[in-house]
Design a binder for this molecule. Structure first.
Ligand SMILES: Cc1cc2nc3c(=O)[nH]c(=O)nc-3n(C[C@H](O)[C@H](O)[C@H](O)COP(=O)(O)OP(=O)(O)OC[C@H]3O[C@@H](n4cnc5c(N)ncnc54)[C@H](O)[C@@H]3O)c2cc1C
Length: 500
């Protein structure tokens, strides 16, 4: 079930899908049945059980879902290793350090990842959830009507249910792709040997993070994408900073490229693109498909419960209720914010609204996100185009990281902070930060936005020197300077002249 079948993966499996697991006998009726034990399902089930509700949790594959098993956890573990390799290799050039002489050990990187993943897995395990009082059922869940879910011939009656079935990689219909064979995030973390040449289809966050990590390990990486630039959600200049950094790591981008077909020839895989002379193959050893995500809605028999859905997922209102009164949804299956922390936040809303007639609204959430390339790209709130679409007039400030002393000292001057705030006020509407540790820093702006603190309050905050977070104070100073209109400047000049 999990490859390679080593000690770490056996330990992981023992926690997230124990081979000998026997499902419990269903109780008469549950307050809450949760389908899917990824972040959204686990948070919902744990919170509801903690409050005293009778809860059943149904998982068909691995407890912990994508984040623990094939998403955030394994990807961030290998990205950390890739950064260490990069720093060792560049230490001579950048810092006069000792030269890196030995080649790295990719197998050891992957083993470290598997060990850490297994170490983290008890929190998401069937054992922990059983101890929390949750009835854990391993198997495929499907609706048997508007108030019952079926799993392995057992019927779970509910007062409320939550769909938290997440998503899976979207595999585009490219002729030959299936026969040639490809990797996705569901299989790439099972590799034990580094592919010498890796072809990546898709330049979104998953494609870019993994492309850069593999390039830093020494793969020759080519990223093929239909779009004008990588990270299509981000501003073009923000994406440009990341693209240039990745190119320096050896990644080749083929943009505005639509794949004609894929072929396999001996040990090689070829992605055939339109070229100057007709067709042009790009050669590699493995192909990673990172072309977006699709929601897991099939097989749930949603029709039996009258639950509306489409290709973007389960339809929910702002309170996360589906088209059926008793059924709610949370996480990637119903949200455009496909992040673990968003799944967690939506799950908390569902618990309030489903069990306590709460009125919490998803649209009130301020949800940041980070793409963990080097440098990282973190964002929260609106982009300028969103503000325009909402009819809001904005002022924008951009502070380059090379103006921040600590970034200069660290040799991490690429990137910038961009802040949008409401015209004529200091209210922050959105921010993009590109910096080596942008993900660690963006929470300051999320906090300010959540607590309604404007740039003025940020400017009144004292930052330790030298830190990269000083970029926020610099933005506040720039905002203050902008407030100095020509009239105010003239008045100040007159004031100071009066002392002379
Ligand atoms: C490579 C990669 C890296 C990522 N990195 C990050 C990151 O750094 N930070 C971040 O915030 N987010 C990251 N994400 C996104 C994050 O993993 C998801 O947003 C998060 O896992 C969503 O949680 P979820 O509970 O909605 O769904 P999932 O985690 O997908 O869980 C859904 C669960 O439902 C189960 N299921 C589906 N159908 C059924 C059924 N019929 N019956 C029973 N069980 C069912 C599935 O088996 C699965 O376990 C990453 C994603 C990927 C792919």
């Amino acid at each position: 079930m999990l490859n390679p079948p080593d000690e770490h993966n056996r330990r992981l499996l023992e926690n997230v899908h124990p081979p000998g697991w026997v499902n419990p006998e269903p109780k008469d009726r549950y307050h809450l049945v949760v389908i899917g034990a990824g972040t959204a399902g686990l948070v919902t089930a744990a919170a509801a059980a903690g409050l005293g509700a009778r809860v059943a949790l149904v998982e068909r594959h691995l407890m912990g879902g994508d984040c623990l098993n094939v998403g955030c956890v394994p990807s961030k573990a290998i990205i950390r290793a890739a950064r260490a390799w990069y720093e060792a290799r560049e230490s001579r050039r950048l810092f006069g350090g000792p030269p890196a002489v030995e080649p790295g050990d990719f197998g050891a990187v992957m083993e470290r990842m598997r060990r850490i993943r297994a170490d983290l897995s008890p929190v998401d395990s069937v054992h922990r959830f059983r101890e929390l009082g949750v009835d854990v059922f391993l198997g495929d869940g499907r609706f048997a009507g508007p108030s019952a879910v079926e799993i392995g011939g057992k019927r779970l009656e509910f007062r409320r249910a939550v769909i938290a079935t997440g998503g899976r990689p979207d595999v585009p219909e490219i002729p030959g792709l299936g026969t040639a064979g490809y990797l996705t995030n569901e299989t790439i973390f099972s590799l034990t040997a580094l592919p010498p040449r890796l072809l990546v289809i898709g330049a979104g966050p998953v494609g870019c993070e993994l492309a850069q990590a593999f390039a830093r390990f020494g793969s020759q990486v080519t990223v093929i994408d239909r779009g004008e630039h990588a990270l299509p959600r981000e501003d073009a200049d923000a994406a440009g900073v990341v693209e240039r950094a990745m190119e320096r790591d050896g990644v080749v981008f083929l943009r505005r490229a639509s794949v004609i077909r894929v072929e396999r020839s001996g040990g090689e895989r070829l992605i055939v693109l339109p070229g100057a002379n007709g067709e042009e193959p790009v050669r590699g050893d493995e192909i990673l498909v990172a072309a977006g995500r699709v929601p897991n809605v099939e097989g749930l028999n949603l029709e039996a419960a009258g639950i509306g859905y489409d290709r973007t997922g389960v339809q929910v209102n702002d309170r996360l209720r589906t088209t059926t009164r008793r059924v709610y949804a949370a996480g990637d299956v119903c949200s455009r914010f496909q992040f673990t922390h968003a799944a967690d936040a939506l799950a908390r809303i569902v618990v309030q609204n489903a069990l306590f007639y709460g009125q919490a609204r998803a649209s009130r959430l301020i949800i940041p996100w980070t793409t963990y390339t080097s440098p990282e790209v973190a964002h929260v709130g609106m982009y300028e185009k969103d503000a325009g679409a909402a009819g809001l007039q904005v002022d924008t400030l951009t502070i380059p990281m090379h103006q921040v002393d600590r970034a200069v000292l660290d040799g991490e001057t690429e990137g910038f902070l961009r802040l949008h705030f409401k015209k004529g006020s200091d209210r922050i509407l959105g921010a993009t930060l590109i910096a080596e540790h942008a993900g660690e820093m963006i929470s300051e702006i999320s906090l300010a936005m959540t607590a309604g603190l404007g740039l003025g309050r940020i400017g009144a905050t004292i930052y330790p020197y030298p830190t990269q977070a000083e970029v926020f104070r610099k933005a506040a100073d720039a905002w203050r300077r902008k407030k100095l209109t020509p009239i105010v400047k003239r008045m100040l000049k007159a004031f100071f002249n009066s002392f002379m």
